[in-house]
Ligand binder design. Structure first.
Ligand SMILES: Cc1cc2nc3c(=O)[nH]c(=O)nc-3n(C[C@H](O)[C@H](O)[C@H](O)COP(=O)(O)OP(=O)(O)OC[C@H]3O[C@@H](n4cnc5c(N)ncnc54)[C@H](O)[C@@H]3O)c2cc1C
Length: 140
């Protein structure tokens, strides 16, 4: 059987479109660096997660995520053993609840808006080095 190989060149390849990979792609693409995100699942993909996003992370994101926030908690109770109980209340939501399919996909879409390429349904299956070129092989 004849095999068909398609080769594409990028300055940076990121494996995985979770928050870390998608955010890295966002900043790279925003700075004009040709970037590809290689993701084995098809986006938006379900991800097991509690979905609680602390405000420190939310406020540091370079774009608004309100469209994917399901619920916001301004009051948090912390219990240490049976006797210690602390309660905090903040004007800003201490915890924002998100579903990872829509949250991760939003960051990826923002990276794409700056020109990052998404190859989803592509599982990284191999990596090889020769001179100054790194070749990544995927399942697709
Ligand atoms: C049960 C559970 C509950 C959690 N609850 C919370 C919470 O409430 N709040 C919180 O802040 N954190 C929580 N976390 C932690 C949070 O899920 C992780 O910190 C976060 O997902 C890490 O993001 P990441 O981008 O590094 O990796 P991931 O989100 O794991 O993304 C990795 C991506 O890489 C892809 N991938 C993997 N292998 C390949 C391959 N060979 N080729 C191509 N793609 C590949 C995967 O499909 C995936 O999309 C929880 C984790 C678990 C397990």
């Amino acid at each position: 059987m004849k095999q068909l190989f398609m080769t594409q060149h990028y300055d940076v390849a990121i494996v995985g479109s979770g928050p870390s990979g998608a955010s890295a792609a966002f900043y790279l693409a925003q700075n004009g660096i040709s970037t590809v995100i290689i993701e084995k699942e098809t986006l938006p993909r379900y991800k097991t997660c509690g979905g609680g996003f602390v405000f420190r992370g939310r406020k540091n994101l370079p774009f608004d995520i309100k469209e994917v926030v399901e619920k916001e908690f301004h009051t948090v109770d912390i219990y240490l053993g049976k006797k210690l109980h602390f309660q905090t209340h903040r004007e800003d939501p201490t915890i924002s609840m998100i579903m990872r399919d829509s949250f991760d996909n939003l960051i990826t879409q923002k990276a794409k808006e700056f020109g990052a390429t998404l190859l989803d349904n592509h599982k990284l299956t191999g990596l090889s080095f020769s001179d100054d070129v790194i070749t990544l092989e995927t399942s697709y």
